[in-house]
Design a binder for this molecule. Structure first.
Ligand code: SF4
Length: 83
């Protein structure tokens, strides 16, 4: 007779470090879009991240996929500015 012991302990691998450094890196690589209210990030199946400008949906003056890094943008609004 076999036992039915299903007592497997899964080791936790969910250690996510702090993101501070990476965010700074993003900011210099991406430019303003990195923390713009109107930016959305899209991750491709290969793991690269694209920045999509939501302003472009309503305003042809903006590019849907802006060339990065964006150094200056009239439509830039920092996230969490709560204007
Ligand atoms: S408005 Fe400008 S800064 Fe904001 S996501 Fe679009 S292109 Fe980037």
């Amino acid at each position: 007779m076999g036992g039915m012991g299903g007592m497997g302990r899964t080791g936790g691998m969910g250690r996510m470090g702090r993101m501070g450094r990476m965010e700074k890196d993003e900011r210099s690589r991406i430019g303003l879009c990195a923390d713009c209210l109107h930016a959305r990030t899209i991750e491709s199946s290969r793991g690269s991240v694209f920045y999509l400008c939501l302003r472009a949906e309503h305003d042809p003056a903006y590019k849907k996929y802006p060339a990065l890094p964006v150094r200056s943008c009239a439509g830039y609004e920092p996230k969490g500015s709560g204007v």
